[in-house]
Design a protein around this ligand. Sequence first.
Ligand code: TLP
Length: 346
Amino acid sequence: MRIIDFRSDTLTQPTPSMRQAMAHAEVGDDVFGEDPTVNRLEEMAAECLGKEAALFVASGTMANLVCLLTHCNRGDEMILGDQAHIFFYEQGGAAALGGIHPRTIPNQPDGAMATDDIKAVIRPDNIHFPRTRLIALENTHNRCNGSPLTPDYMRSVGELARNSGLKVHVDGARIFNAAIALGVEVRELANQADSISFCLSKGLGAPAGSLVCGTRNFVAEARRVRKVLGGGMRQAGILAAAGIISLTEMVDRLADDHANARKLAEGLSEIDGLSIDPECVKTNILFFEVAHNDLTSQALVEQLDAEGVRTLLLGPKQLRAVTHYHLTSDDIEYALKIFRSILRNS
Ligand code: TLP
């Protein structure tokens, strides 16, 4: 059966050139700082994001946790959006392992937090209060339609943070999607961040791995935190080799994923019983609702699944679809046909 898998861009398989590079990677013990392929990837990542240094870690979750634990002490507070991946999908790891107190404020539909809202929750110096230490942003914002945050917005938050003595962390799991969607250099989206993480294993196609980028001092501390979390990966150059291909061969093609996501959204918006505003789709993630009295999202997911079209169930009416490099424009048309026939018969 033809399978069209929209569940996540994390499903992407390494490309043939990644497998080649992995097979031939020169490796060493990375805990000793002796893996030349990891070192090269870290240098490339730092250069690309305009930071002094970078650190290769196992996953996006580990990248965020390492950064939060490096910035904050126990009892410190971080300000983040109520839809943030860090808040929603990372087991509250910052609180569980670091004693970091999350202060959430609403994410706007475009993934931003209003700067006035941020300002309003920064704690004054008072013996009763935790100390506000950090503002965490997410770019693109997964649960907010994969929206990209603009350089202007990043600047306004950076300024507010500096004026208030706070640090800024950016969960940039899909920061390259943001840069491509906005037509800016990725470093323009990183320049306000004291730390920024990004993932190789989503739209960029590597089998595993994320990078943490920041100052040399920050990354040296982050390296200690990675070690205590069990993230010293030894001959990790096998993985880093694929990551180098991600950065050299897989960035520009993200524009195709965005075009496919838009095409899918436009097609879905024309189907009676489904609801989505294609204008909201700026990158490769789209959310849509079932607007049909006799159909739940669960039933729709199951019927799609039976036809080989896989989507992610998010709520009683909500589903998510993500485009990636295994999906072509033809796949989108094929999937739309299946959507149409299920909705017609419901
Ligand atoms: N997101 C995954 C799931 O966890 C929901 C997905 O399929 O989208 N930050 C952001 C913004 C993310 O979207 C993700 C993964 C992560 C961090 C965590 O990355 P991993 O899965 O590598 O730990």
